[in-house]
Each structure stands twice: as C-alpha cells, then as structure tokens.
Design a protein around this ligand. Structure first.
Ligand SMILES: Nc1ncnc2c1ncn2[C@@H]1O[C@H](COP(=O)(O)OP(=O)(O)OP(=O)(O)O)[C@@H](O)[C@H]1O
Ligand SMILES: [Mg+2]
Length: 247
C-alpha cells in the first residue's frame, strides 16, 4: 500500500491515518514512541514495522476466532488497510493482574496481584484530561454508547482476553493487561479497531521481564525497547529478520 496517493486525515502519537476510499483507511505505524503523556519521546527505527506486524498477527488470529475486527490487509511493512469506523471516545482496558494506573488509583492492591475474574475498565479518550476513568452511567447518559452496546463490549473484550491469553501462554508469556478501542461501521455494528501491540498490551516473559512499552516508560531507552519488541516477535513466531533496524 503506497501512501502518497492517499490523503492524510490524522496524525497521532504512534500512527498516521490516510483515506483509502469511502469505506477504508490506511493506518501507518510510525517509528516513534512516546510515554508519560508525551513527556518522553523517541525515534526508534523498526518500531513501526514491528507494531504493524504484531497488530496484523493478532487481528488475524481474532478474525479467525470470530471476533469482528477492522483489519483488512497488511503490506508487510508499516501499513495496514482497515475498515473505516466511527470511533467511540473510549479506551477499554482488560486487566488480569493489577498494574499501572490501577495501582495508582487503588494503592491497596498489590502489584501483579491476580484479578480473577479479569476486570474490564473504561477510560474517556481525551488527552487534555489524561484519559480519565469513566463509569458506565456516564457513558450511557452522555450518549457514547447504550447499555446493550456496553454489555456487548464487555463480553467481546473478555472473549478477546481469553484468546490473547491463550496465544501468549503458548509463547510462554503472561498477559498482564491491554487497551483496545471499538468503532461503529455503516450498520452501527461495533468492531474492534486501532492496534494490538507492545504499545497497548503488557506481557512478562518467564523471567518476569517486560516485552512491552513498559521498558521505555521505565528507562526512556529506545534501544532497550526495540530489543524487547524483537524478543516479543521471536516468542510469538513473528519474523523480524527482514527488518532494517540500523538504517
Ligand atoms: N478503523 C478505524 N477507523 C477510524 N479511526 C480509527 C480506526 N482505528 C483506529 N482509529 C483511530 O486512529 C487514530 C490512530 O492514531 P494514534 O493511535 O497514533 O493516535 P493517538 O496519538 O494515540 O491519539 P488518540 O488519543 O486519538 O489515539 C486514533 O485516533 C484511533 O482512535
Ligand atoms: Mg492511539
């Protein structure tokens, strides 16, 4: 997929969004990483390709398991064709172990304490408000989604969690938590969108080492992050030997 013929409609922190046609967009994954609300920022060669590839891998797995996702096509590099959706301004977080913002909110929880059953949490997507937690009634009363739609999102997110956990456990990785987004298609059907990568999930290897963006949040070191992402791909059986990490 060659982007210079397409119109750029949005540039986010980690992706550029182009219009392909009436019903399709191109997501282009950037070689950039940000953390702490953009206070930490770095260029990382190869990161865009890896995250596009990891996302394409997980969307394909989920599609095969009957989850409706926006994924249509992957160019083998940093671009993905997706169904154009009207996004809900929500981040849906599924947690299997206590971590991150949840520990800040509830310091009574122990780090990595098991959450059984897993928790589905909603955040209102607004960078200027730092994506605050939002309760179900606020979502319904503000017209973001209906009660029935939220039940569907919760059920689907837990099913996605089961599928991801199975894939990661086969790779000897432990899924701590992940963030997903949903959008509506022409028929108002809710579809899984955005990305599924080391930027959006947290996983530990069998030595308790992070193979996700936590490495960058903690160290600010892009080199350590790309090493973790390469190891993540190796564990998942995703090929990286064709990627030029040095330029
Ligand atoms: N299928 C889709 N249709 C329409 N928009 C999508 C789709 N998938 C993802 N998006 C949106 O495309 C954008 C991708 O850009 P990126 O993730 O880099 O943004 P960001 O800097 O994280 O900011 P944001 O807070 O908007 O996510 C996001 O706004 C995301 O919600
Ligand atoms: Mg985003």
């Amino acid at each position: 997929v060659c982007t210079h013929t397409y119109t750029l409609i949005y540039e986010g922190k980690s992706k550029r969004v182009y219009v392909k046609n009436r019903d399709e967009l191109i997501l282009e994954f950037k070689d950039e990483v940000t953390a702490r609300d953009g206070a930490l920022r770095s260029f990382i060669r190869g990161k865009g390709i890896i995250n596009a590839r990891v996302s394409a891998y997980f969307f394909s797995v989920l599609n095969k398991k009957g989850i409706d996702t926006h994924f249509l096509d992957y160019d083998g590099a940093r671009k993905m064709a997706v169904k154009k959706l009207r996004m809900l301004p929500l981040e849906v977080i599924v947690r299997n172990y206590a971590y991150g913002s949840q520990l800040k909110r509830i310091p009574l929880l122990k780090p990595l304490q098991e959450l059984n059953p897993p928790i589905v949490e909603f955040h209102y997507k607004d960078d200027s408000l730092h994506d605050p937690l939002i309760i179900v009634d606020d979502i319904i009363n503000s017209g973001i989604a209906t009660h029935e739609e939220l039940n569907f999102i919760i059920k689907t997110s837990l099913r996605i969690n089961d599928i991801l956990r199975e894939v990661f456990s086969e790779a000897k990785l432990k899924l701590i938590d992940f963030k997903i987004e949903f959008g509506r298609d022409r028929d108002n059907k809710l579809i899984l969108a955005d990305e599924i990568s080391g930027d959006t999930f947290r996983v530990l290897d069998d030595n308790g080492k992070h193979l996700d963006k936590e490495v960058f949040r903690r160290t600010g070191d892009p080199k350590l992050l790309i090493d973790a992402y390469i190891r993540l791909c190796e564990k998942l059986g995703i090929k990286v030997d064709d990627i030029d990490f040095h330029g």
